[in-house]
Design a protein around this ligand. Structure first.
Ligand code: GDP
Ligand code: ZN
Length: 301
């Protein structure tokens, strides 16, 4: 039987099989070679299940993944934590204010989305709290990227209809720092959905830092949504400083135009990217973010 992983808790998985939820265990040989810190299956995985009893089974095979979203988790040694797989798009939700939007969080999320083969989407929530100009200023650096940008007020309902349309019949992951209005937004998409996500977080994640319970929700109108409660920080995983620029789509047309082939775009003479920032062709906010991420990645090397 083919199924989809809804949630993983330890060695037990909740699997959607033909519209119902099954409790499944992971076949021993799938666990071989997997480190203690990671599971061979992740929320979003497509799997084959052999039934053992009523709504119970054993996961025999995991199908190849079309996308994944990881972050670096810190343990005794840092390791890759795959948060979910097989999602099509990743919505990064930020509040126009309260809490103050953090560009670094948006930029890191976009880097990991592109790396993991997910379509990045930006959602600016709480637009009711600031002027339209302030929202324009916030979105401006991202306009050149050609990614969908939504402006919503989950409280007032602005933009919710359009945002919801983008979610129907697709697999969407939502990330955002706590307080940006993710739950309110999800409630706006489907009544009760945000509440469900909060409940699951309370139940599973209290007091834990590196773990987060990722749970897939099925939308009544079709599609899946995965919320990622507890993802407050996003440490990049598997990105080398030298390849960081390849995750900035707006830098693509300038590739190979710097004087030095191994240009870091930080200080070298004849840097085409810094020249493009100076003329305003590349958004300076994005470039500054690039610099900061580059430096932090170099430090970790
Ligand atoms: P979460 O932590 O991201 O799930 O955020 P919540 O959905 O719990 O919302 C955090 C707070 O922001 C709550 O007090 C919400 O009522 C409020 N909030 C959510 N969306 C909006 C919005 O669009 N405008 C305003 N003004 N407040 C909002
Ligand atoms: Zn350069």
């Amino acid at each position: 039987m083919r199924g989809r992983i809804i949630r993983v808790s330890g060695l037990q998985c909740l699997v959607e099989v033909e519209q119902s939820h099954w409790q499944c265990e992971i076949r021993g040989r799938l666990k071989a070679g997997c480190r203690k810190t990671s599971s061979p299956v992740v929320a979003g995985d497509w799997v084959d299940v052999v039934p053992t009893a009523e709504r119970t089974g054993v996961i025999e095979t995991v199908h190849p993944r079309s996308s994944k979203f990881s972050r670096g988790a810190s343990g005794a040694r840092p390791f890759e934590q795959i948060l979910f797989v097989n999602m099509e798009q990743l919505v990064v939700v930020v509040a126009a204010c309260q809490p103050k939007p953090r560009r670094g969080f948006i930029d890191r999320t976009i880097v990991m989305a592109i790396k993991g083969n997910l379509q990045p989407v930006v959602c600016i929530n709480k637009v009711d709290l600031v002027s339209e100009e302030a929202v324009d200023t916030l979105t401006a650096p991202y306009e050149a990227l050609d990614y969908p940008i939504y402006r919503t007020s989950a409280l007032r309902g602005d933009g919710i209809g359009v945002f919801k349309e983008a979610l129907i019949n697709r697999s969407t992951a939502v990330v955002g720092q706590s307080g940006v209005g993710k739950s309110t937004l999800l409630n706006g998409i489907e009544p009760g959905l945000g509440l469900k996500t909060k409940k699951i977080m309370k139940h599973h994640d209290r007091g834990r830092h590196t773990t987060t319970t990722v749970h897939l929700f099925k939308l009544q109108e079709g599609g899946y949504v995965v919320d990622t409660p507890g993802v407050k920080e996003l440490r990049l995983w598997g990105v080398k400083p030298a390849e960081l620029a390849t995750y900035y789509p707006e830098l693509e047309p300038l590739r190979g135009q710097c004087q030095f082939g191994d240009c870091s775009h930080l200080h070298e003479p004849g840097c085409a990217i810094r020249a493009a920032v100076a003329t305003g062709r590349i958004a300076s906010e994005r470039y500054e973010g690039y610099r900061r991420i580059f430096v932090s990645l170099s430090r970790n090397e």
